[in-house]
Design a protein around this ligand. Structure first.
Ligand code: SF4
Length: 458
């Protein structure tokens, strides 16, 4: 429901985006491939996608559907069944976090949220303290509704505020006003104190640096302890992109976008927030456990139309980590879940090198970076030092002050984090080169791909 501009390199990873005790995850929960054995304890985060929205925002190209009526009982039954199936396929014993994203999951009834959580708790251990996040749109966040979600088991909210300016909200095609967004956040903070996050967008066509800074200051006066900032991306096929391409709205200049990002980082850090991921800021330890599990390359299961997952399907005889994507369109997805227990559309066994590429690309998004321990779990033979201490791009970036490699692992400096997209290609090349040298080959490994997943009992 938020803008996923910089978000979801992974997830997309889950359709997002998704949850789980990343901070609490053990090395074994990361489940690299090949994994140690079929009895390996399996922990995973769980992402649940609610695909429906009441209105299509002008910038949105997410997997969402605006339909006259939703057969919620049928969707609920399918979400429950697919969650059970995939948890069983992954032999998941502990679910570290749950994230309801969308779409607009705050349009689902608390009964549906409760049913999914009950199914998860019936299929695996769901600790009482596990983070359970729900994305909420201000236009479906009344106090009784949010209280219903809390009673259902949700303990963290992510509110899609996007802007506190009515003109900007109209430009974005949002359904709510600034006053409604304020009201939603205030209600949420009363019900979920310390566990309410705000999503904000910057880089809107025509938005000035001063307007953005003013908006951010207003958000600071309203927010709790977590803020996510996303640069608006003009996605092909959206109404907003058409207006910009047609010349009726200006294209935000790249240097202004960079200035907006740097300004926001400075303002939030000065206000006591930790810039713990490219787009995410937290204070008082209110980091998103669920999203950390993506960035730490832990296992996650994706449930619902278009959801993504990364896990080892032990129950199918698998021993390697797979990337899975569920069928996008809700009616087709429901038919598949009803007939075979899950709607997995695509499965790819990730090669060891592909897993390392994800570990690198996702880990470097965070201020903790890629630790030696995590890297060693995925790459017992080829160490971080062996790959990135050698002459090459990484050494140059270290000399330029954008990258650090020390006893904590490999990570970006604060300046490097802002440039991550441009740093990554060279680092990935260096990894591929080192991998080829250490494995006596010239080209990266390719992964086998299966177009269709097997049935529920596979
Ligand atoms: S609320 Fe708007 S931005 Fe969010 S998924 Fe729906 S259409 Fe997209």
């Amino acid at each position: 429901m938020a803008a996923r501009g910089w978000r979801r390199a992974a997830a997309a990873a889950a359709g997002r985006p998704g949850g789980g005790g990343p901070g609490r995850g053990s090395a074994s929960s990361a489940a690299p491939g090949p994994a140690p054995g079929p009895a390996a304890p399996a922990a995973a985060a769980l992402y649940v996608h609610w695909p429906y929205c009441r209105k299509r925002c002008f910038y949105c190209n997410f997997n969402k559907y605006v339909v006259p009526a939703v057969d919620e009982a049928a969707v609920r039954a399918c979400l429950v069944r697919e969650a059970r199936t995939l948890l069983r396929l992954g032999q998941v014993q502990r679910v570290t976090s749950v994230f309801f994203g969308g779409g607009t999951p705050s349009l689902a009834s608390p009964r549906t949220i409760a049913a999914v959580l009950e199914a998860v708790a019936g299929a695996a251990h769901l600790p009482a303290a596990a983070e359970v996040t729900l994305e909420a749109n201000p236009s479906s966040s009344s106090s009784p509704r949010l209280a219903g979600f809390r009673a259902a088991g949700v303990n963290r909210l992510s509110i899609g505020v996007q802007s506190l300016d009515d003109a900007e909200l109209r430009l974005l095609g949002r359904e709510h006003t600034a006053a409604e967004a304020r009201e939603a956040v205030e209600v949420a903070r009363r019900l979920f104190p310390g566990r309410t996050s705000l999503d904000l967008l910057f880089g809107l066509p025509g938005q000035s640096q001063s307007a953005w800074a003013r908006g951010l200051e207003m958000a600071l006066g309203l927010c709790d302890d977590h803020i996510s900032l996303y640069q608006l991306t003009l996605e092909r096929g959206t109404a907003l992109a058409a207006q910009v391409l047609g010349g009726s709205l200006p294209t935000p200049p790249q240097d202004l976008l960079a200035d907006m990002y740097h300004t926001a980082c400075a303002i939030l850090v000065a206000a006591g927030f930790r810039h713990y991921e490219v787009s995410n800021f937290a204070r008082k330890g209110a980091l998103s456990a669920h999203n950390l599990s993506y960035w730490r390359a832990e296992q996650y299961i994706g449930v619902g139309p278009g959801a993504h997952g990364r896990f080892v399907p032990w129950a199918e005889g698998g021993c390697s980590r797979e990337a899975r994507v569920q069928t996008l369109e809700p009616d087709a997805w429901m038919q598949e879940v009803q007939s075979r227990g899950h709607g997995t559309r695509r499965r790819v066994v990730l090669s060891p090198l592909e897993q390392l590429e994800e570990v690198l690309a996702l880990g470097l998004r965070t201020d903790e970076g890629v630790t030696h321990e995590r890297w060693g779990h995925f790459s017992p033979q080829l160490s971080l030092e062996a790959v990135f201490r050698a002459p090459g791009e990484a050494r140059t970036l270290q000399q330029q002050g954008w990258l650090l490699l020390d006893s904590g692992g490999l990570r970006c400096t604060a300046e490097g984090l802002a440039l991550l997209d441009s740093l990554l290609p060279g680092l990935l090349c260096q990894l591929q080169h080192a991998w080829a040298l250490s494995h006596g080959s010239k080209a990266p490994e390719m992964s086998p791909t299966a177009d269709r997943a097997g049935g529920e009992a596979a």
